[in-house]
Ligand binder design. Structure first.
Ligand code: FO1
Length: 319
């Protein structure tokens, strides 16, 4: 079985890790949002790619979900003493990643080549691809104006009220090498429990990605896992964004966001939490097959268990 997962940062990384641990080496491709990427302190920082890579390599900080385990902060302390910008925290180990990526990009390598090389060094047995090698920075339209994504997310702590989103240069971006090929070869596409607005929509907006998925619907199962549980996001601003956009944050509305194949949308199946059992009938009424289970991934065992259940659900749908 060839599985492709679409993922953003922390929530997506947990399920992608569960999938990686349940699948044979090489049978999983994770296509990662690169709309959060930005230049900071002269370095190219790719938060979602790094979160996915660190998690699959067993290097991730278990408390934050982003950055490295056992991190030290000497460079940040030194920067602070000099009056430099410390709102975006780059640990000493993590800085090594950004330094080397920036150096390789300046030498002319593409982001996917750099990512492939890092994955090999970190011993990752599955393929991790940025959605695009082109830069498509996410801009958040808010009540205090247009904000670059990390300014909104980290500097302003997601406090401004969201009005909409813009993925700069997305119309001219190309999918990174391997992205369309992996979708063409896939039997199953899993949309991880990442933020639909700012993690998954940027991926689906790269010209060619959504079109390839829609072209393959007769041979490709598309399953999404809800990032919203009982009206709240496990992590991050997804629920707050839904509310501010005037949409009730619910598992049902995430399913509507992606749409059912029966109504011209993407999904064949949907996985949501037992706490949202009251929405089961409405979700099924969209024309989706459903798996209702515990979707909170607090411990390693939870991500392995959820991934196993999602894979079993897809296999039962394949038969
Ligand atoms: N998130 C924070 O809330 N504060 C930080 O200082 C921060 C630093 C950081 C450094 C490297 C990295 O890869 C991620 C980092 N993140 C931080 C997380 C990041 O902003 C978000 O996870 C994503 O962009 C949203 O998916």
């Amino acid at each position: 079985m060839n599985v492709v997962a679409l993922a953003g940062g922390v929530g997506g990384a947990k399920l992608a890790d569960g999938l990686a641990r349940n699948l044979q080496a090489g049978s999983l491709t994770v296509i990662v949002n690169s709309g959060d990427d930005f230049d900071h302190l002269g370095l190219r920082v790719c938060p979602d790619l790094d979160t996915i890579c660190y998690t699959l390599a067993g290097l991730a900080n278990p408390d934050t979900g982003w950055g490295r385990a056992g991190e030290t902060w000497h460079a940040m302390d030194s920067l602070k003493q000099l009056g430099g910008p410390t709102w975006f925290r780059l640990g000493d180990h993590d800085l090594g990643t950004h330094l080397e990526r920036t150096r390789l990009l300046a030498e002319g390598l593409t982001l996917s080549q750099v990512t492939e090389s890092f994955c090999e060094r970190w011993g990752i047995k599955h393929r991790i691809l940025p959605m695009s090698n082109d830069r498509t920075p996410t801009i958040v339209h808010t009540d205090v104006g247009q904000l670059a994504f990390q300014d909104y997310f980290v500097n302003q702590k997601c406090q401004p009220q969201v009005i909409g989103f813009q993925f700069n240069n997305i119309e001219s971006a190309q999918p990174a090498p391997g992205v369309l090929e992996s979708l063409i070869d896939a039997n199953v596409l899993i949309i991880c429990p990442s933020n639909p607005w700012v993690s998954i929509d940027p991926i689906l907006s790269v010209p060619g990605i959504k079109e390839t998925i829609l072209d393959r619907l007769d041979r490709l199962l598309v399953i999404a896992v809800s990032p919203i549980i009982a009206g709240a996001a496990v992590k991050g601003p997804a629920a707050k964004m839904y509310s501010e956009l005037g949409i009730d944050p619910s598992a049902l509305n995430v399913a509507r966001h992606y749409g059912s194949q029966k109504n011209g949308g993407l999904l064949t199946g949907y996985v949501f939490d037992v706490l949202d059992r009251d929405q089961e009938n409405d979700i099924e009424a969209l024309g989706l097959s459903t798996l209702m289970t515990n979707t909170v991934m607090k411990f390693d065992a939870d991500r392995i268990k959820l991934a196993k259940e999602v894979l079993r659900f897809t296999k039962s749908s394949l038969n």
